[in-house]
Design a protein around this ligand. Structure first.
Ligand SMILES: [Fe+2]
Length: 120
């Protein structure tokens, strides 16, 4: 099974399992994935600033769209209980793992390098 097929299956399984929960579970899943992707896009924007204005503009527009998704999902979760917060944290970790797999760790290495570069 290819890496892309594993990632596709993982995404499908995540969506399917949270769909078995109530709508709050679906919104918690959506918010977790969107927040994780948003953080990943922020790293990319920081890296691209001053390096590739065209790609920076494209990623910025994608981030704006993803931010709208995140805000909408969080609006559906006005007072999440501990189980939803736990579910959201678990899904965020799973999403980070899928991003790591999709880049073979480049995303983590880039985030660490950017964090180190921000230090005085
Ligand atoms: Fe989205």
């Amino acid at each position: 099974m290819s890496r892309d097929a594993i990632l596709e299956l993982g995404g499908w399984l995540l969506g399917f399992l949270t769909a078995l929960l109530d709508p709050q579970g679906i919104w918690a899943c959506t918010a977790a994935v969107e927040a994780t992707v948003h953080r990943h896009l922020d790293d990319q924007l920081y890296y691209l600033a001053g390096r590739d204005p065209g790609l920076h503009a494209i990623i910025l527009s994608i981030r704006e769209e993803e931010l709208a998704h995140l805000r909408y999902a969080e609006a559906q979760l006005p007072a999440p209980g501990p189980l939803l917060l736990l579910l959201r944290a678990m899904i965020a970790v799973a999403t980070d793992c899928l991003i790591w797999l999709s880049t073979w760790g480049d995303s983590v290495r880039m985030a660490r390098a950017l964090k180190a570069a921000k230090l005085p």
